[in-house]
Design a protein. Structure first.
Ligand SMILES: *Cc1c(COP(=O)(O)O)cnc(C)c1O
Ligand code: SF4
Length: 373
């Protein structure tokens, strides 16, 4: 049911239908004024987005926004702000080197035994902090160019020709932007490859539009098991009864659900919020997996914290709650995901170096790193 703060009550049958939300996404400042008191900064930022960045918000997610508080953590993730247009030192559209490891239109093969498949660049909400903002949100970007609708033949052939790939992660964009029928066919083609042991789907629909996780969707997944889902809750406010029910439906369908959070300045960069988020996830039987340090992605870096701030939150979290309510704190680099700790990061002067398991090192461009540990 819509929240009472919503200004135009909506019939609950429509509210429960994800198609209605997708068809009625908020894409203009006037539509947004139906939900919140839009500030000057927000209105100017929305104007500045024209021709530069996509933005859209599902009515479901808009209903979670505080209409009066521009610093509301849900609102900050979804409504553009002018700080998005300030380019900072070290900003890069692809600091983690996705493009360098891209083997076909959709396959990024960076680690030995697993690969990601960029199913689409489309999302129900364009999160302002998206790590793949160049691909999803930037109107001049996308790895696909005009290739959004291209067939998957070349990508499936790559995976079939690489027997070391035993784990395929469908991501994007959000794969659940596709219909069940399209996903069913794609999962079936991947399942037909004998060396692909597990399929993973990275989706933020449980957070942005939980109604998308229908009984029919869960049923569709059955012949494709083992299927795992990674989702992306950043704040306890997002753990609504609807969101928890969506996770419950997946879990009951035999799909383990794990969560990946991004550490975001002013949204979840304090230990109380992080504890409430992760203990809330555990109550919902969702396993906290990664806490990502916010990368120096162009248009995102105003959300970055220092590594020291992240370490301090982790130290206090580790002490004060259930062991498995504590995610792994990592930073994504061109040489892979690196644990933020003294074994993997080192500091010389003002420079932070990262080292991966094979022993490769890379200098991190973190002007405000504030120390590794
Ligand atoms: C994160 C990521 C994966 C999966 O890594 P896990 O640590 O196994 O979750 C695979 N490929 C790429 C390119 C990634 O960024
Ligand atoms: S749903 Fe995921 S891929 Fe899409 S904009 Fe949000 S964070 Fe990025």
């Amino acid at each position: 049911m819509p929240k009472s703060m919503q200004r135009h009550p909506i019939d609950s049958e429509l509210w429960d239908d994800y198609r209605w939300h997708l068809a009625n996404r908020i894409v203009t400042v006037d539509m947004l004024r139906d939900w919140i008191d839009v500030t000057d900064d927000e209105a100017k930022a929305i104007e500045a987005c024209a021709g530069v960045y996509r933005w859209s918000i599902t009515p479901y997610y808009a209903a979670l926004m505080d209409p009066a508080d521009p610093e509301c953590p849900v609102r900050r993730q979804a409504v553009p702000r002018l700080s998005e247009f300030e380019i900072r030192p070290g900003d890069d559209v692809d600091p983690v080197g996705d493009r360098q490891y891209r083997k076909t239109n959709r396959v990024v093969h960076k680690y030995p035994d697993r690969a990601i498949l960029l199913v689409t660049r489309i999302c129900p909400v364009y999160c302002r902090h998206c790590t793949r903002k160049f691909h999803t949100t930037n109107l001049d970007g996308t790895y696909f160019g005009d290739g959004e609708a291209l067939p998957f033949d070349e990508d499936i052939a790559y995976i079939a020709a690489h027997p070391e790939i035993r784990d395929v992660l469908l991501t994007g964009g959000d794969p659940l932007s596709y219909s069940d029928a399209k996903l069913d066919s794609l999962l079936g083609r991947l399942r037909a490859i004998p060396h692909v042991e597990i399929l993973r789907i990275g989706t933020r629909f449980p957070v942005l539009l939980p109604q998308r996780i229908t009984a029919a969707f869960c049923e569709m997944l059955q012949p494709h098991h083992p299927v795992w889902v990674s989702t992306h809750f950043n704040h306890p406010k997002e753990l609504t009864p609807d969101a928890q029910s969506a996770c419950d439906r997946l879990l009951r369908a035999g799909v383990p659900v794990q969560n990946q959070t991004v550490l975001l300045r002013g949204i979840n960069d304090d230990v109380d919020t992080m504890r409430a988020l992760n203990t809330g996830l555990v109550r919902a039987r969702v396993r906290p997996y990664y806490l990502y340090h916010c990368d120096n992605v162009t248009g995102v870096s105003h959300f970055r914290t220092s590594l020291r701030a992240g370490r301090e939150i982790m130290r206090r979290l580790e002490w004060s709650t259930t062991g498995f309510a504590v995610p792994e704190y990592v930073i994504t680099t061109t040489i892979g995901k690196i644990r933020v700790d003294g074994d993997h990061l080192s500091q010389a002067g003002g420079t932070v170096w990262a080292r991966n398991a094979p022993g490769e090192t890379v200098r991190l461009d973190l002007p405000d790193a504030g120390g590794a540990h």
